[in-house]
Design a protein around this ligand. Sequence first.
Ligand code: APR
Length: 336
Amino acid sequence: MLNKIALIGGGYIGGVLAQEIVQRGLAREIGLVDPAPLVNSADPVDRQQVARKQSVAKGKCLDIAEGLPTIGRDVRLVGSKDYSAIEGADLVINTAGVPRRARPDGTFPSREELLSVNLKVTSEVAEGIMRNCPDATIISIANPLDAIVYTLYKRLNCPRNKLMGMAGQLDSGRYRYFIADAAKISVENVSALVLGGHGDTMVPVRSSCQIAGIPVSKFLDDATLRAIEDRTRKAGGEIVGLLGFGSAFVSPAWAALEMAEALIHDKRKIVPVCAKLDGEYGVNGLFVGVPAILGKNGVEEIVQLDLTDAEKEAFANSVDDVRKTCDEVDRMMKNP
Ligand code: APR
């Protein structure tokens, strides 16, 4: 159990995280920061006064705290609109920013289109971490995932083992679920990795996909697997299209907690995460989805897979997309 976990952003994912951290007994204290509802200076003064008193973070913390006697958990919950709530945290999980939302015509933006808004939010996140818990290990979930993790790294200049993004575990979970569903076999039997960037060019690695240790091709034909891999790449958008109000929030929270538990319990578990590459997979200085050993020191080692030629090509293509978005980050950071 950690002493304190900080949650930055108390929206849909932040709410599930807080609830699960309490249920799973992962920390003695949770600090939740969220500035919502924002005070709009164009509103009438009385409306501004109401918004000033309201706090999503405080409200969610109090709601959970009042349920603690019922479920028999002793956890301290601190919520605030400023970053004071995260002071002294050992682990930070960052969800601050806007998610993808379906437009009235049913279309929705790409994750990359969230960049300019979420970049500004990420600068505040980095400042808050620097001021309140500079030594914390960080798991970031906000989108566009790889570019936001890169931004945090540029702002915080922290050791690479202490900063990682959550995407691979979620994307692999989607791939594994679709395989299990098509093969009519338990999800517990399906293992697979999705690597590369957390965008439409992510790489479901078929050569890593097995059902009870047996290659997936023994169970499903090529056309079915192709359709599943395509659906996996677009799975985030499928949920955005269905929900209408935002993006997936339960499975991303569970995926981040899979990572958090590997760190907290020093599991040395291999999990696909967005980690900084310094030459591995032929990539330098970018954060990209790869399998990594997670333990008490964070990202302890990056595992290099023997990909097929086609997978190598798809991975390089996905890295190119991550590089383009990170170049955009560099440009925006130079000319804010
Ligand atoms: N600091 C802290 N929190 C912030 C800040 C900030 N500077 N700016 C915005 N937030 C908060 C919002 O007030 C909101 O409550 O971040 C929260 C985000 O929550 P939701 O809008 O419910 O979004 P959620 O579904 O939780 O997704 C969060 O994860 O998967 C990604 O694309 C998704 O980037 C999005 C993030």
